[in-house]
Every structure is written in structure tokens, then in C-alpha cells.
Design a protein around this ligand. Structure first.
Ligand SMILES: [Zn+2]
Length: 67
């Protein structure tokens, strides 16, 4: 089972990003997160090996989790 790299919750679908929706929306905002998921899934489907390497500034940003 894959887990979110931020909060360790389980990711049940087969997205290419290893980040759950709650954290993804917290970091990037809903609209941008949906776009990132779509882009990375398309890249994976095309066989692009760089799909799981978003820019470092974004990945190092702490998610703002709304409890
Ligand atoms: Zn998470």
C-alpha cells in the first residue's frame, strides 16, 4: 500500500503522485492540485520517468492541513 509522503495516510487509487488529496490541496490549492495529478498521470502513461519529480520548492513546502 502506498502512503502519502506528507501525512502517511493511505493512497487507494493509482495516481502517480504519492500525495493524498488533502495534502495536495493544502500545498497547491484545489485547482493546481487537480492539474498536477492530471499532468503527472499523463506523463506516467507516456512513460516519462520524470513524472514524480515536481520542483523542489513545491515538494519541500509544508502542507497547510485543515483539520
Ligand atoms: Zn497526506
Amino acid at each position: 500500500m502506498r502512503k502519502c509522503i506528507y501525512c502517511n495516510s493511505e493512497i487507494t487509487d493509482d495516481r502517480s503522485m504519492q500525495i493524498c488529496d488533502r495534502c495536495g490541496v493544502g500545498v497547491w490549492g484545489k485547482k493546481q492540485w487537480e492539474n498536477i495529478k492530471k499532468t503527472t498521470d499523463e506523463a506516467r502513461d507516456k512513460g516519462d520517468l520524470n513524472f514524480n519529480s515536481p520542483d523542489k520548492d513545491s515538494i519541500n513546502q509544508r502542507p497547510k492541513i485543515i483539520a
